[in-house]
Design a protein around this ligand. Structure first.
Ligand code: UDP
Length: 444
């Protein structure tokens, strides 16, 4: 039922269910983003309805997360998991289900915030009916993604066209980093309104804790040198690079090396193939003794992993933002990440971690070794990593910036032809002390 005392807004995330378990089959950063943004916007006074495609007939149609924030699952194609690249044909039914839901409620959302290009298409159809303002977050950009894969999927040309159309026609696009804005301008279109509002992390959950306590909790010893990957099993996340870097460190005789891979669902799911491939690689490289597959870990338990680790590795081939990097840093884990996309925005090289070329396992091994073998420097990195995230990437700060943006978009719709003069809260960039030089001081 619509709450009349609050302004209702719709977040649409058709392939990423905000109420889903995170870390498994195609459930990752976007699910987290939509859910966190939704809940934090509700705290700021909005009525937030988050719409997603129904993938399981036994799932509840409506999930109430808080009194003013709920997930609503709409019928759009068969009620089963469908890979996102195969969902486009069902989007007209999503639009229809959305409109029926609005009619039943006797209202229309004045503002719709869409997520990912499939939802962008939905938003564009709803915008054509008039009366709604459209805000969009890409989460992933076809024009960037397709540069790093050998074979384009059949849907590529449709996706690229929709990504251009939404940029040129939405009331505002939210880029989550300056790098994403640059890609939009260079690769998609010079037209359209773009504002930068980053992703965030829950800093009350992701925060430093005693390393000794975290290791004891996970059954790790104080002497272990722990290198962690957290994320989905998807070739573009670069787990192969992580494993190959681990193999180099193992060959070098780094003592007490422990590789932990957290994430993934089960072998029968869509991400199972990549998991089997990685498991086979671990075996082939003789790393079984030093590698743990932790499976999917929930957000309540992940802080133990991040706090216990010496280095958290984000080896993505490309990464629009990369929530794992800020979660790890929030917990005080130095990050070694690919020098791509949003990771260039979140990781401060030499201050909170290191950036290296994607898919270069030798460079990853070298960077990991620099950190795990220099405890004094690692301690500085840990402190600075937490400060970096607390100052720049809290969800409450993100929700405040989105609220200002929505208000501006809604006000502008009432005052035709007003110039665009929204200024989001400036993102604070911390100034760090001069670079800390590290030496490779590995001691057995
Ligand atoms: N995640 C999780 N448990 C796991 C693996 C991943 O909760 O076992 C979460 C992780 O904490 C993060 C999200 O999945 O919040 C991944 O987001 P990111 O932006 O790093 O990558 P994406 O999945 O969007 O490519």
């Amino acid at each position: 039922m619509q709450r009349l005392d609050r302004q209702a807004i719709a977040l649409i995330s058709n392939h990423a269910d905000p109420a889903a378990d995170i870390g498994g089959e195609e459930a990752g950063g976007q699910n987290v983003y939509v859910r966190q943004v939704g809940e934090h916007l509700a705290e700021l006074g909005w009525q937030v309805d988050m719409f997603t495609r129904r993938i399981n007939a036994t799932d509840p149609t409506i999930v109430e997360h808080t009194p003013h924030c709920r997930t609503i699952r709409l019928k759009a194609g068969p009620e089963e998991f469908i890979p996102r690249d195969e969902q486009f044909a069902h989007m007209p039914e999503f639009v229809q289900s959305f409109q029926e839901f609005q009619s039943k409620q006797g209202m229309a959302y004045p503002l719709i915030h869409t997520n990912y290009w499939l939802s962008a298409w939905i938003g564009l159809q709803l915008q054509k009916n008039g009366g709604t303002q459209l805000v969009h977050t890409y989460h992933s950009l076809g024009a960037v993604k397709y540069q790093s894969i050998p074979e384009l999927p059949d849907i590529a040309s449709t996706r690229l066209a929709v990504e251009k159309e939404i940029l040129e026609n939405a009331d505002c696009i939210i880029a989550t980093s300056p790098q994403e804005k640059e890609s939009l301008r260079n690769l998609v279109s010079p037209l359209g309104q773009v504002e930068i509002i980053p992703c965030g992390t829950d800093i009350s959950n992701f925060r430093p804790m005693s390393r000794t306590e975290a290791r004891a909790h996970l059954g790790l010893s104080p002497q272990d040198r722990v290198v962690l990957y957290v994320g989905r099993f998807d070739p573009r996340k670069g787990i192969e690079t992580f494993v190959r870097a681990g193999a180099l460190l193992h060959q070098k005789g780094i003592p007490n090396l422990k590789l932990i891979i957290a994430g993934g669902s089960s072998p029968d799911k869509a991400d199972g193939q990549e998991r089997l491939r990685i498991e086979a690689l671990v075996k082939e490289l003789g790393l079984e003794e030093v590698t743990t597959f932790a499976g999917r870990v929930d957000h309540d338990s992940l802080p133990y992993y991040y706090a216990a680790t010496d280095v958290s590795v984000v080896p993505s081939h490309y990464e629009p933002f990369g929530l794992v990097a800020i979660e790890a840093m929030a917990c005080g884990a130095p990050v070694v990440a690919s020098d791509v996309g949003g990771l260039q925005f979140t990781v401060v090289p030499e201050e909170t971690g290191l950036l290296v070329p994607p898919q270069d396992h030798e460079a990853f091994a070298e960077a990991i070794e620099r950190i795990i073998c220099n405890e004094a420097w690692a301690q500085q990195l840990r402190k600075q990593a937490t400060i970096n995230v607390n100052q720049r990437f809290s969800w409450s700060g993100v929700a405040i910036q989105l609220t200002e943006l929505y208000r501006h978009v809604l006000a502008k719709s009432l005052m035709h032809e007003q110039p665009w003069n929204f200024r989001s809260t400036p993102i604070r960039h911390q100034s760090y002390p001069s670079k800390i030089l590290s030496k490779n001081l590995c001691q057995s």
